[in-house]
Design a binder for this molecule. Structure first.
Ligand SMILES: [Zn+2]
Ligand SMILES: [Zn+2]
Length: 272
């Protein structure tokens, strides 16, 4: 059993499948002590527009459920914000004056092209496609301030069209180091996101190389989330995360409250 899951989508997100209450019940079943809903906000202007979350519905549901399950589990209210430098004002306008406990900043769309559409990879070498992804991340995290951790860093490899989609860490080390340094400088963190397992990648994001580098550079803020869109994926493969963090000698993981990081001993993550 594990303390928390810090990346969960209910059907408030355009691609979520379960009601918040079903997720809460299953999280209690799984022995989680705390969960963070991180609903999608991905702004897309052209072609097929992604529906934005209905925040008033989200917040009123959240308040009711938080009260109802008060004695069983801590429930928090977060967001996964799609970062797109050219749409910064429009994106920030959507969340102006909304109070969240936690915001994950992620990159799902570059220049209005979703990685799911393989067109992103057309007319680029593997190096160019992956490098453009990391450049976009760097630009985004330099520009945006309204997020707490950067989400699933390196998940571009999920969408690659190559025989081997693995990222050659050495090839991209410089830009990855710049990203991590910028996050640390701004007081932001990264997440470990276990969704790679359900996509058959047999890994979490980011890779162990990046986790090692983050620690070496002095990175401390680290949240752990499943990115579940289905009940079966809640706290997915957290055992592997725990074991890896122990091996890498990470002493703490991070939870958030009203956008403030709280550090907890890594031994509290795994509940005996
Ligand atoms: Zn995401
Ligand atoms: Zn997500």
């Amino acid at each position: 059993m594990f303390y928390s899951d810090y990346h969960i989508h209910s059907n408030i997100s355009f691609d979520g499948n379960f009601d918040m209450e079903d997720i809460i019940k299953e999280s209690i079943n799984k022995g989680l002590k705390e969960i963070m809903f991180t609903e999608h906000l991905d702004y897309r202007e052209h072609e097929y527009i992604l529906p934005l979350p209905n925040f008033s519905q989200y917040f009123s549901k959240y308040e009711k459920l938080r009260e109802k399950y008060n004695n069983s589990i801590i429930i928090k209210k977060g967001l996964e914000l799609g970062l797109q430098p050219e749409l910064k004002d429009k994106i920030e306008f959507q969340i102006k004056n909304l109070n969240f406990d936690f915001i994950i900043g992620s990159t799902h769309i570059i220049n209005n092209v979703d990685f799911v559409d393989k067109v992103y990879f057309e007319n680029k070498t593997k190096y160019e496609a992956y490098n453009e992804y990391f450049e976009e991340i760097l630009e985004s995290i330099e520009l945006f301030n309204d997020f707490d951790v950067y989400g699933h860093l390196d998940f571009i490899k999920r969408y690659g069209i190559y025989e081997n989609n693995e990222i050659d860490y050495d090839e991209h080390e410089k830009i990855i180091e710049k990203i991590l340094n910028e996050l640390i400088k701004k007081g932001k963190g990264i997440e470990i996101n276990t969704s790679g397992f359900k996509y058959g990648l047999n890994c979490f994001h980011p890779s162990v190389d990046i986790l090692k580098k983050y620690k070496k550079l002095g990175g401390k803020i680290l949240t752990i989330g499943s990115d579940a869109h289905h009940l079966i994926h809640l706290a997915d493969n957290f055992e592997i995360v725990y074991n890896t963090l122990k091996e890498l000698d990470y002493k703490t993981f991070t939870i958030f409250e009203k956008r403030n990081p709280i550090f907890k001993s890594i031994d509290e993550f795994k509940i005996k």
